[in-house]
Design a protein around this ligand. Sequence first.
Ligand SMILES: [Zn+2]
Length: 138
Amino acid sequence: MLFGHKKHREIPHVHWKITQRCLDLIVESSKSNYPQEFGALLRVDRMQRDTITEVVLLPGTISGDSHAIFRLHMLPIDYSIVGTVHSHPSSLALPSEADLDLFGHFGRIHLIVGVSSHGHVSWKAYDYQGQAVSVSVV
Ligand SMILES: [Zn+2]
């Protein structure tokens, strides 16, 4: 198998960053899609590959859980794409079971944006195991 289910994948430690501009776009998109979910892919810069600079919208984005949003067979082969972002119509930016399944199959860094019914936005980043990781806004 090309992608074996090793318990501990050897992934070099990365100190992830995201540009303020990209984060603003994500927050605005999440708010404007509320109460539906917003989903997109995350693209990093081409030099250091540790700074999320761009979101890439998937064709035919639909509401629902992350499996519905991220139809993995539609993913482009592009090594600058490092993970996903999606919103929850909830104040909790916590991964669901479906999210954890997605994280384990694709990508290295995943953002979840929680949008409360009052429009308050919070976000968290997770690695492929669903463990919270810190991301600096630059
Ligand atoms: Zn989710």
